[in-house]
Every structure is written in C-alpha cells, then in structure tokens.
Design a protein around this ligand. Sequence first.
Ligand code: PEP
Ligand code: MG
Length: 750
Amino acid sequence: MSESTESESRKLLGRLREALAEDSAGQERLDKITHLIASSMGTEVCSIYLFRDSETLELCATEGLKAESVHQTRLRVGEGLVGRVAKSSHIINTADAPKEKGFRYMPETGEEIYSSFCGVPIQRLGENLGVLVVQSKEARDFSADETYALEVVAMVLAEMTELGAFVGEHDAMQARHRQSVLIKAGSAQEGTAEGHVWLHEPRVVVTNPIADDPETELKRLDEAVDTLRVGVDKMLEGAAGGDKEQLQVLEAYRMFANSKGWMKRMQSDIARGLSAEAAVEKEQSTARARMEQVTDAYLRERLHDLDDVSNRLLRILTGQGAQTGAELPADPILVARNIGPGELLEYGRSLRGIVLEEGSVGSHAAIVARALAIPLIIHADRITTEALNGDHIMVDGDQGIVHLRPDETVVNAFRDKIAMQAEAQERYASIRDKPATTLDGVTMSLTMNAGLMADLPSLEGSGAEGVGLFRTELQFLVRSQMPKRSELSALYARVMDAAKGKRVVFRTLDIGSDKVLPYMTPEDEPNPALGWRAIRVGLDKPGVMRMQLQALLRAANGRPLSVMFPFIAQYEEYTRAVWEMEKAKERERKLGHPLPEKLDLGAMLETPSLGFAPQKFFDEVGFLSIGGNDLKQFFFAADRENERVRKRYDTLNVSFLTFLEGIVARCNHNATPLSFCGEDAGRPLEALCLAAMGLRTLSMRPASIGPVKNLFRRVNLAEVRQVIIEARDQGEQSVRKPVKDYLAAQGIIV
Ligand code: PEP
Ligand code: MG
C-alpha cells in the first residue's frame, strides 16, 4: 500500500470526523458523509443502507442516486447485491453490476446508468448494521486499496452508529439497542424472572475511532500488545500442569497475541487513520463475522479465542475493566457468554436469573443455578451483542425464551404468568407445615436436594423434612484448589447446624463424567459417563475419600450422621466403601474424637445392575437412594447431556416404572429404606407416578416441594396406581396421558 493512499485515507477520515463533530441531526450527518466519501473516492454514487428491522435494509442516504428514493428503497437481506453483502458479510466488488448474480434493479433510484459497484458490510462485533456502497458509470473494478479504504470507513460508520451519531426519525435510524428482541434458546433450569440486564463482561465502548497521529497509535498498540503477551504468559505459567482444555485455550491466546498477521493488519488499519482500539475492533468484527459462517467446531473455538484476546487487548487500551462503576441493579439478570461456577457463586442469591450465550445443561454453572433455584437459559444466540447493561429483560426458563426490552403486550402477558406462579407459591406456603398425605391416607416424605450453604435457608422455607441429597462435589467444583479437611469439616458442621437436627444425607464426592475438578488432570476417556467416576475414583484413589469421610465424622462431632456412596454398580463396591468408613472411624477413635451416636450408611442406585444385586446387599445396605438422572440414562442408553436424546424417553415409560416397582419390592422385602432423588422427583406428575409405584420418600429441589405436596394432597393414590396398571396392561408405552386424563377428570390440571 502506498503512503499516498494511506494519507488519502487519513484525510477522508479526518473530514468524516469533522462532519461527525458538527452539531447536526443524524440525517444531515449521513448526507454529508455520503458526499464526502463519493468525492474522496472519485465515484458518482455513495449510498448508506441501514437495517430498519432484522430482515430489511433501507436506503438512508445517498450521493448520486435519486433523492426521492431515500427512505423509500428497501431490500430484504439476501435480495439484490446490497442484500447479498449484508447476508454474507462479504464485500462485493464488480465492474459490471447488472451481470452479477443476484443483481436487482431498483428503478426509483435511477441506478441503471452505473456499471461498477462496490458494497462493504457495516458491521460491529458480529452485528450487521448496514451496507456502504459506491457506484460509478465507468466499468472498473475497485482496487484493493480502495476497498480497504471503504472497509475502514465502514468501521467508523459502525462505531458511530453504535454511539448514536445517526439517530433520526425513520425506523432504520432508530437508536440502536432499543427494539425488543425475542430469543428462543434452551433451558437448563426452570422458573421465570423479570429484571434488568447485568452484563458479566460489559462491552468496551470505543469513543474515538479516528486518530490524527498514526505514530502515537502504533506505539499505544505495541505497548498494549506487550502487556497482553506478558499477561497471557503469566496465565500459562499459573495453569501449567492443570486442566488440558484450559491450557489449550491459553496456548491459542498466546498464538494470537504473537501473531504477526494479526498485528500487521491492525498496523495497516492504524496507518489508514483508525485509532488503536478501532483497529483492534475492526479485526475482531471480521473474526466474529467469520465465526457466524464457520461450522467446524474447532475453528469456531479458535475464533472465540481470538475474540477473547481482542477483548483483553481492548480493555488494556481503553482502561475499561469489568468494573465499570455501574451499580448492580436491584433485580439483576446476569447475561454472559459463559460463566464458571465460582464466579456465579460470587453473585450469590442477588441474581434473579441467568442468560448464557453458550452453556450446557450439565455445566457447573447449571449445577450452581439449580442450587440457587434461579432460571438459567442457555444457547441464547447473540444475547451478549444485543443486551446492554440495565435493559429490561424477562426470562422464561420453562420455555427457554428470553424477552429483551419487551413491548407492553409481552410484559403484561409475562407478568400474568409470574402472578399466577406467585399465587401458586402462596397456596404452597399455606400447606407448608401440613403433611403430604393423599386422600386415601398415604403419607409421603418430601426432602430436598442441596449442595451449598446457600441452600440451607430453603430447608425451613420449603417445608422439607430434611436434606435427602447433599451433593458434596459442589464445594470441590467451585474452588481452584483441593479443599482442606478442616475447611470441609467446618462446612459440613455448619450444614448440620443449619439443619437443626433434621436429617442430612451427605453424598460422598461424585466427580468424573461431566463433573471435572479444575485442579485434577482430567482423564481422556472415550465415554466419560460410563467411565472413571464417582465411587470408582474414590476406591481406586482413596486419599480424597478418606479425607472426606474423616471431615464428615469430625463435623458430626458425636451427632447422628448419614452418608451415601454414589454410583454403586455392584455389591462389592459398597462393602469396600463401608470398609473405608470403618477405617476412618478407627482413626478418629484413636485420635480421641467422638464418633456419631448413629451412623447410617447407604448407596445410590444409579445403574440398573444394582437393582439385581444379591440379596445380601439388600440385607446389608442401610438405605438406598435412586439417582434417577443417571439411572434413566443407563436404562434407556440415552445420554443425559445430549440434547438430541436426553428427552427422547419418557420417565413415565412403563418399562422404567416397572423396573422401579421391582426395586421397591426388593427393598420392601427387607424393609430397606428407599428414596428417589433425581430431578423427576420434583415434577408433580412424575412424583405422583413414583409414589404409585411404591416410593414413599422423594428428594427434590426446594421449590418443587410445594407443587408436589399440593398434588399429593388432592389425589387418591390407589386410583392412580390402578390407572397405571390398566395402561400397562393395555400396552401403552407411557402412562403420562392416561394419568393426566384421569387427573383432568378429577379437575386437576398438571
Ligand atoms: C442422579 O443421578 O439422579 C443424581 C441425583 O445425581 P447427579 O444428578 O448429581 O448425578
Ligand atoms: Mg448421579
């Protein structure tokens, strides 16, 4: 690129800046800008098209086309050359526009006399804002220098659009981020919430896209990249020997931070007149546009990494950290691309809901969201681009829908839904201290699942009889290093204190599969769900389990203690786990510490095999808890993490219910206490059918206790059982419909 073209480009940007600095209306500014660009590039036409809605572009200003077509000419995305530029985010540069694929002649513009066409997307961080076009009569291709100059100008236009420089009365010139947006996403935790957006990583605002002095900007960029490199190297040192995936990401960061090509492109952008931060953002926008088009998962990840690195660099350049000084709203709904469990816990109970652009049902964040009992939306496409701090937002975790800046009708309908749920909550509160007894006199025991200290207040509020499942792995997952025995024992003691004598069943560490500790090298397994997890890890490498058992004994400090072992697939695993507990007791006794006055040991039944264990196992085990989430995935061979299959088989499938019935029979035979603690226990219809199969203790999310108890108190369980048996005899695949129909006939809608 010659120095003269660089200085031409800088001159044009300088003029643009002057035009933008003038105190004029948005339309006037756009008109002036099209004039400036056309004269600087020596073209007869320069036009700016902006989006009036997500599907339609509108001609908002032109030099050269007929003035009456402004705000009249509209194109759909993909329609004509302009629409194609918007759709593909690629430049179209042609000497003979009418011959170009997709050309569409707009008669009202008078453009038929212009042969050459060059259209450049106006985009900012993956968001398409419009198209910048130049046209001329002379049939010629625009040179690489010229298209580059247009790209730089388009970048400045995008920044200025974002900053509201072109706001006017037409729809296409409305201030950005004002329209309401509906996002259909996935749900990882049910519930509804209304509140205001709190961006976990607020976007960096670039207020000075044009710079006078390239030397200064180049120096700023150099210094910032140096700081970036040092920072990435430090992160790499800190992560050495740790999680492989994290290391891979950091290696990618380092690669980008040292990439000569990336640096060179940003240097050229600066030479053209952009400020250092605008140059970073220009390259980031290009990467985001590519990300939208790339389907290869690995490449997408790498483009994400480049995006992260660009964000870091922007924060260094602008000095804008995550702390913007903005105050957390009173009703915050967290919006992020993704978030770790530790960060989420730091927000704690202040959050009303969470919306993630990525995320997964089984992620640690999802586990924490479940513990916090707040709705969690995942795969909310583009939410971090669309949402601004403080935006009004409504989250429907039941349907997996997000309403951003909703209009009045949506707000009203949504509030009706929340009000109905609140009414139901009041109804549940009124039966909180009443028993879960059915019309025919069967009393169910309803307990809650927990995993954090933050869960314990729910014990009283929900009316749960105790904690049927305390997932101890959460304390391990939210830390960056292995917790110490003293820390764990203090925590378990606090849990028991908070339970005020109610029973708490502690499950020993259940890691592996989807739950990978940040400080343990993950095993490279072909199928982690069927791999080295839970009790298998505990028995093969007993150090951690021993430490945990000791912490539990110490926390009990003489009080009764209940402990269960996860994922027991065969009798011998249980006896070995019990032996570990015996050894731990022995050690404690020797140390002179008091032992629990009663020690109740049990197993989780999460694999079908345990349902067929020898009689001796059922004789010996203190109690059994069915981990329905895992049991169901193995029973149907359908991965609970796999969106494609996880909802394919109904829990109320007669095969599954019959299997559960068999387990109940074996436990009844021996009077072995049995409970069910998978997610299904908290779904009223499912809970009812589990009870009809003979289960008498269910452990669930605290928020589910009210609805489940409310249903139990209104039904005759023997009749429900009869409906199930008849449906099974008639060869129904699932009893869902027959039971629902039966309930509806009783006036009960579930
Ligand atoms: C289960 O598998 O049902 C269970 C309760 O354990 P988790 O969901 O923690 O695997
Ligand atoms: Mg499980």
